[in-house]
Each structure stands twice: as structure tokens, then as C-alpha cells.
Design a protein around this ligand. Sequence first.
Ligand SMILES: Cc1cc2nc3c(=O)[nH]c(=O)nc-3n(C[C@H](O)[C@H](O)[C@H](O)COP(=O)(O)OP(=O)(O)OC[C@H]3O[C@@H](n4cnc5c(N)ncnc54)[C@H](O)[C@@H]3O)c2cc1C
Length: 297
Amino acid sequence: MGYVSDGAYYCRGGFHKFADSLVTGLKQAGGEIYFKSKVSKINVCDNRVQSVLLASGQVIQAETVISNADMLQTVHDMVGKEYFPKRYLSRLQRMQTSCSIFVVYIATDLDLVQAGAHHEAFYYHELNHEVNYNNALQGEVSWMSVTVPTLLDDGLAPKGEHLIVLTALANYDQAENWQQAKADYMKKMLDFADSKINNLKSHILFIEAGSPATMQRYTLNNKGAAYGWAMTPEQVGASRIANKAPIEGLYFAGHWTMPGGGVYGVSYSGVQTAQKVLGLTRQDELWALCASTDGEL
Ligand SMILES: Cc1cc2nc3c(=O)[nH]c(=O)nc-3n(C[C@H](O)[C@H](O)[C@H](O)COP(=O)(O)OP(=O)(O)OC[C@H]3O[C@@H](n4cnc5c(N)ncnc54)[C@H](O)[C@@H]3O)c2cc1C
């Protein structure tokens, strides 16, 4: 919906620039960021958050904890089921998790302007998207997006070269061992892309892929879920899990929570959660507060 209402945007320099700007903002506001620091426990006492225990053994006292980690891991493993009402737990049990994604990263010396490639193109075997989606869950590469960031941002690659990202929805359970299945899946993706961009296969300088297992390894989202809960009409917007947990001081942000998955959805979720923590009902109050404190909340 974000693309429809506001249009699509590209971060010059690559998507990492978006994450970098969040880091800059957090640091300017006096925040400290711990990289590669796994949270083992969120400690709760008398239905109130007390602290966070890192895998390193360090304890961080906190009156407010916001988790954007996998929701079932947060509730079951970090906090503990015993701290949540039964109805809340059975609702989580009924939620369906989204599928994952398979990505192929390519560097090529093919002249993609000449080849008529686009910055972002979606290709489908079928025009019926239910069929494409179900085929994807069965392990077929039935649709794919082909993104060429260097067509907009030529600083990302040496002169005469381009980067291509092939993306397709994928089902984690389709392979017992993704390390073994990865090469075959990557070949299917490449064959599909070659049928749309003539001669691509003979102009590959570098190729690497990320499977659903890779997504799980980097994000810790169960089965590499790309969007948290599945983005079905029954599970988006107000029907997703609320940003405020039934424990004082505990909040959820990100794609497992309202309003939904994707970059736009989780950004909005972060804003909503910040408002809840600060007790602000309107979004313009949040921006006014940010402006008046120069980011130092
Ligand atoms: C390959 C791929 C392509 C995508 N493409 C698009 C796209 O084109 N457009 C779009 O809108 N959306 C896209 N999505 C979806 C979008 O990226 C996600 O919905 C969004 O990034 C989720 O953000 P988040 O903050 O909720 O969670 P995440 O980005 O998953 O962040 C969760 C963070 O928590 C950390 N974490 C987890 N457990 C712990 C723990 N115990 N201790 C400490 N840290 C922990 C993880 O390491 C991770 O950094 C894509 C997703 C994938 C996987």
C-alpha cells in the first residue's frame, strides 16, 4: 500500500544507507548499539520488564524493552510462556508464518542498457498470482523480480559492469538440506533470468545465492520468514499482533506486529511503537517532539 500511496523510493548508495541513517540517528540521540549481541532472556517480575540478559552474560537493566526479533522466540524463549495469558498464547499459535525468499546476487559485464533491462522488473509464468504463489511454495521458480541497482546508481560497480539481484518467494520446508539444494535452485533462477535478459549466463563475473536457510541464519526469523507472519488479509493491519505486549514495559515492533511486514510496514510499526512508549496518541506529536529535542529523547 505504501508504494501505491507514496510511490517507490531507492536509497542512493544501496539499501544499507537506510540502516546507516538509523544508526546515525540513534547515536545522535545518545543511543548505544551492540552488534552481534544475542539476547538470551528478557527478565520479568510482577508482570513488569526488569532487564535483558545477553548471551555474553551481561545484564542490561531496562524499564522498557522493544523486541523486533522472531515473535515466538521472544515470547516462548526470551520471556517465557508462563508470563503470558493463555488466550494470548493460543492466538499466537493460530497465526501462520510467512514464506521465505531465495536471492541470487550477480555481477555482470553485459551491457544491460543495450539489453533493455529495467531497474526493477517482475516476471511471471502465469498471470494468476494464486497459481504463482502456490507453485513457489511447491519449490518452482514461477515468478521472480529482477533488480538492477546500477541502472540508477552507477557508483555501485566498476565502469561497464552491473549488479543484478534475482528474488523469488521460497518455502523453507521445500528442501531438507538447503546447502545441497542451493546450487540447483540458483540454476533455475538463472535460467529464468537468462530467458528475460538475453546472454546473461555468458556474462557472469560473480554469482552467489542466499537460501531460506541463509535468511534464517542472518535474521534468526523462524524458517527464514521474510515477512514475519504471512501477509494474508486475516493477519495484516489491526489483525496483526499489537505493539504493546500484555506485560508492562514490553513492546513489539517490526514485521510480526501491527501493521505488517516489508520495509514500509516495519518502519510504520517502529513509529507506532515509539508513540506508545512515549504516550503520544498522534504521530505529528512524535515528530514535533523529535524536532524540539533535536533528536535527543
Ligand atoms: C531477501 C529478502 C528480501 C526482501 N525484500 C523486500 C522488499 O523488496 N521490500 C520490502 O518491503 N520488504 C522486503 N523484505 C521484507 C523485509 O525485509 C522485512 O519485512 C523487514 O526487514 C523486517 O524488519 P524487522 O525489523 O521486523 O525484522 P528483521 O529485519 O528480521 O530484524 C530482526 C533483527 O533482530 C535480530 N535478532 C533476532 N533474534 C535476536 C536475539 N535473540 N538477540 C539479538 N538480536 C536478535 C536479528 O539479527 C535481526 O537483526 C525482504 C525480506 C528478505 C528476507
